[in-house]
Design a protein around this ligand. Structure first.
Ligand code: 2HA
Ligand code: ZN
Length: 279
């Protein structure tokens, strides 16, 4: 193996960006992706970075407000701020950044990527705070955080009450697969200014409970163990949202739907824990 971009986790990262672009989830520079490297992946990466000088240590949050001490020293591959998903496979080295955190978890330096300058995604704070929660909650299994702007889900945030319960019930009810794929439900964050600490704190709090969190009038954050599952969640939730919007647009009152007993039975059959508060 000769190039950093040949590493399997880099190839999967790039592939997700291409799929997301084809799905129309990433107008212009919309959306962002991050991957938390395992120790084995760090070991596999080091020899391919030889001869490169790391960039300067920089605050994770431009205001210096964010630190993830439990992830001190960890490495993350992330999309760059202002970079287009469409260009990640075309020019990977200019579009993404391999970042190392310092021991305080408040500063990063770029080890590879951002060849023409720039910084990691404007949502780096949200990504890292979500990684911190998910790493702890999953015993290290959850390593992918993916944010996109899927249209039907955004539309839904204008006509469905902005509560975890209303979104969970509406999405579960569209397709039997939904409570199989996200039995824990889905969280909702009210509209906030993106890119800052406030939205990062609100999202990471919900990530304690959920793997998917809606940002009202903006998009969705997914946390997963694999790139396939991250994209699978994004696509499933967007498809369900499209069905919600089709039903609402039909102007007809639904004649039927899945009952609370039905959701419970799905949980039992497929091993998902359906929270009582959603029944
Ligand atoms: O690309 O998606 O949330 C930027 C964003 C901000
Ligand atoms: Zn966004």
């Amino acid at each position: 193996m000769k190039n950093y971009t040949d590493l399997p986790y880099v190839r999967e990262f790039v592939r997700l960006c291409d799929i997301g672009d084809r799905q129309g989830f990433h107008e212009r520079n919309g959306g962002n992706l991050s991957y938390h490297l395992s120790d084995a992946e760090i070991r596999a990466s080091r020899p391919l970075l030889r001869g490169r000088r790391p960039g300067p240590w920089t605050d994770v949050d431009p205001k210096g407000d964010v630190a993830v001490p439990s992830l001190g020293g960890h490495w993350f591959l992330v999309t760059g701020s202002g970079k287009f998903f469409r260009n990640v496979s075309w020019d990977t080295e200019a579009s993404v950044a391999l970042c190392e955190l310092d021991e305080s978890g408040a500063h990063y330096r770029v080890l590879w990527g951002l060849r023409d300058g720039g910084r990691p995604t404007s949502e780096f704070s949200s990504h890292l705070m979500n990684h911190e929660v998910k790493f702890r909650a999953s015993g290290g299994a959850m390593r992918v955080i993916y944010h996109a702007h899927p249209a039907s889900l955004i539309a839904m945030t204008y006509v469905v009450p902005l509560t975890d319960r209303a979104f969970t019930r509406a999405l579960w009810n569209t397709m039997t697969e939904c409570p199989v794929i996200f039995p824990e439900g889905i969280g909702v964050v009210k509209w906030m200014v993106p890119g800052g600490r406030e939205v990062a704190v609100a999202t990471s709090k919900l990530m304690e409970r959920y793997n998917n969190v809606v940002w009202a009038h903006h998009g969705l954050f997914c946390a997963a163990d694999t790139f396939d599952n991250a994209m699978g969640q994004m696509e499933t939730i967007e498809k369900a949202a499209r069905i919600v919007m089709m039903i609402l647009s039909s102007g007809r009152k639904p004649l039927t739907g899945i009952t609370s007993e039905g959701f419970l039975a799905i949980g039992k059959m497929y091993g998902g824990k359906i929270p009582r508060r959603f029944l």
